[in-house]
Design a binder for this molecule. Structure first.
Ligand code: ZN
Length: 293
């Protein structure tokens, strides 16, 4: 096993190769979890809601030096994505949802039946999300498999909710919510900032258009993982590349990873990264990419 890595400002992008053959390449790839010094973010999926360019729905695995593994979002391709990066669902310590759109939480029923029937789970699974998370996940699980949340008794399924401005401890990580601008009331989508016990922090935009909560979540973070759904407006309640080029100077994060990529952004990502001239280290996400902060 050969470790490949490169430095990108204050962050390290790590890839691993086997028998000299590069295992990570643009497109579905693999990242091996381990040898951790700080906080590692593994991109389990990097696409928009439509699996653009054959990538998985955006979700991420955050591994802290204290050994916990926190999933951010769990869309329809998340279980597949975990297997691609070589992580058992049983090794996921907890899940935090940014918002309750299908491409960010649609994989929850598959995760539960995997835990019940494939690789039985015994460890508790704490889940945190915005208001309405418990109701929404309950309906989803019941609709998909006729299982009520309170029928999951093989392991403890603890579903908590988080409002903007609130902080919860989740698998040893401090998770703070900030108001995103992506859905109409009563839904309240979130940007999240995840801080490990050593103080390393990673912010996640979830899906949002530019709003104060996005910049507050990123303030002081070692890495911001943010959406860039299209090259240019109109993109609904989403961020675009054109907007990022005028907004990233306002960021107070140490590095920026752009994800939730639509086809138009993906196709030009190499060129954009090369020519961006961003005021902070910038990279585009791809499935299997692992970044250590
Ligand atoms: Zn989305």
């Amino acid at each position: 096993m050969i470790r490949r890595s490169n430095r990108l400002g204050g962050i390290t992008c790590s890839f691993r190769s086997s028998r000299g053959r590069r295992r990570y390449a643009p497109g579905p790839g693999r990242a091996v979890i381990g040898y951790l010094r700080g906080v590692k973010v593994t991109v389990v999926g990097s696409a928009d809601a439509f699996n653009a360019s054959g990538r998985g729905n955006s979700c991420y695995l955050v591994e802290g030096a204290h050994g916990a593994r926190l999933m951010i979002d769990f869309g329809p391709t998340a279980l597949l994505g975990l297997r691609h990066v070589g992580v058992s669902p049983n090794d996921v310590s907890a899940i935090a949802f940014t918002h309750l759109h299908g491409d960010h939480m649609g994989g929850f029923p598959a995760l539960i039946i995997d835990a019940l029937y494939d690789v039985p789970r015994t460890a508790a699974l704490p889940v945190l999300g915005p208001p309405l998370t418990k109701h929404t996940l309950g309906v989803l699980l019941d609709t998909a498999y006729g299982i009520a949340l309170d029928e999951v008794t093989d392991f403890s399924l603890e579903i908590g909710e988080l409002a903007p401005g609130e902080t919860r401890l989740l698998a040893g990580f401090e998770v703070r919510g900030f108001a995103a601008d992506h859905m109409s009331p009563p839904h309240q989508p979130l940007c999240l900032r995840v801080t490990d016990p050593d103080g390393k922090s990673v912010a996640f935009s979830g899906d949002t258009r530019f709003c104060p909560g996005l910049f507050e979540a990123a303030d002081g973070a070692d890495l911001l993982v943010a959406e860039c759904t299209r090259l240019a407006p109109p993109a609904g309640h989403h961020c675009t590349w054109e907007e990022w080029t005028t907004r990233w100077s306002q960021l107070r994060a140490r590095a920026l990873l752009l994800s939730h990529l639509g086809t138009d952004v993906r196709e030009r990502s190499a060129e954009l990264q090369r020519t961006a001239g961003a005021p902070l280290p910038l990279r585009f996400a791809d499935d299997g990419l692992a970044i250590e902060v």
